[in-house]
Design a protein around this ligand. Structure first.
Ligand code: CMP
Length: 372
């Protein structure tokens, strides 16, 4: 069995396009920031202008190509209405408008920074964060609402505690809101601080409450992030399991059940996965890559869709051969306890595994006694 090597003919093209795009994004942000320096010298000014114009040219070409590709596939409107398409357009339009009108220069500056959002294409973690924010939207909105209510309460209370001692600083409840935000966020600029004893005690309490309140959305996002990562891992495993010939006839529920039992893992090239004579605690399914079963006189190679390590589980004996990775492999590992559960719930799968194991044992017997 040969490992598939990606054809190298035009493989560099997407990599080159990504590099150019990444450079343009950085140049755009740099240009927007440098252009805002009022007393910049002439050289910095020209570099910033070149960075802005160059990046707009790249983004325009990118937008045109993406729109063209989407139209070819029949969903041009979907692209422009999508988050990615909207950002692509919002970055390009103000840039072009600023070329014709100086009044729009600040809009172009904001759009230049907005280009940083394009980085989400390079950072999958940002897409995960987006999914978490969407999914946990209600919980985050509830946490935000609770914070706003608390902010209004503490600011009003502090206004009444301090208004007599500092009428110029705590002039009104809206003025006190600034104190509330700065204190709850525990930033404490010091431009508004209570001077009365009651005000200080209440200020201390507000800070403590602020830490607790800010921990709530942080916790929601952290848990959501972990859930999303787990969900994606299960999805990937589900797809992998559905592709294994042994499970291909099962319905989606059974596949999900099995996906929960299989633990994905990557094994580097030339690593021993199971060793002859060892006790067995799992069997493995090859998803990607190739493994070699060290048999005499001819080793056997197994590739995607095939499994190994089943013989010891079926027979209850020790490993009958050493199996190593030839290339880097993506494997799914089925622990012996899960193997038993799987076999109990799906006797037809156990039968198939037994058949394969028996066939292999027969061949191993022939190999061990050549000339028969
Ligand atoms: P196990 O004995 O648990 O561990 C070594 C594994 O090598 C064994 O299970 C089989 O999965 C695999 N193996 C042994 N003999 C052969 C063979 N002839 N062809 C393919 N795989 C084999």
């Amino acid at each position: 069995m040969t490992t598939s090597v990606p054809s190298g003919t035009r493989a560099w093209l997407p990599i080159a396009a990504d590099c150019i795009l990444a450079i343009a994004i950085v140049a755009s942000a740099f240009g927007a920031m440098a252009s805002s320096i009022p007393d910049r010298d002439a050289l910095l000014g020209s570099i910033a202008l070149a960075a802005v114009r160059g990046s707009i040219a790249v983004f325009t070409a990118e937008f045109a190509l993406r729109a063209w590709a989407a139209i070819q596939k029949g969903h041009g409107a979907t692209y422009v209405a999508s988050f990615a398409g909207a950002i692509d357009l919002a970055v390009v339009l103000p840039g072009w408008a600023a070329l014709f009108s100086d009044a729009l220069a600040s809009a172009a500056g904001i759009a230049g920074i907005l280009a940083l959002l394009k980085l989400w294409r390079f950072l999958p973690a940002l897409a995960i964060l987006g999914a978490v924010l969407m999914r946990e939207g209600k919980a985050l909105a509830a946490a935000l609402a609770a914070m706003l209510v608390l902010l209004a309460l503490v600011s009003t209370f502090m206004f009444h505690l301090e208004r007599e001692a500092q009428p110029e600083i705590f002039r009104s409840i809206p003025h006190a809101l600034w104190w509330g935000i700065v204190t709850m966020a525990t930033v404490g600029y010091g431009d508004m601080a209570p001077v009365t004893l009651a005000g200080r005690v209440f200020g201390g309490l507000t800070m403590t409450l602020g830490i607790a309140m800010f921990a709530v959305p942080a916790g929601i996002i952290a848990t959501g992030f972990a859930d999303e990562l787990r969900k994606r891992e299960v999805m990937v495993t589900w797809r992998s399991v559905a592709r294994v010939p042994l499970f291909s006839r099962l319905d989606a529920n059974r596949v999900s059940e099995i996906a929960g039992m299989l633990k994905p893992g990557i094994v580097p090239a030339h690593s021993v996965i199971v060793r002859r004579g060892d006790a067995a605690d799992a069997m493995f399914f090859v998803m990607e890559g190739e493994v070699e079963v060290e048999l005499q006189p001819h080793p056997v190679r197994l590739g995607p869709g095939e499994f190994f390590g089943e013989m010891a589980l079926v027979s209850g004996l020790r490993r009958n051969a050493t199996v190593s990775s030839v290339t880097e492999c993506r494997l799914l590992r089925l622990h012996v306890a899960d193997f038993r559960r799987l076999a109990e719930a799906n006797p037809e799968i156990l039968d198939e595994i037994r058949k394969v194991a028996a066939g292999r044992a027969g061949r191993d017997g022939e190999q061990a006694t050549p000339g028969r």
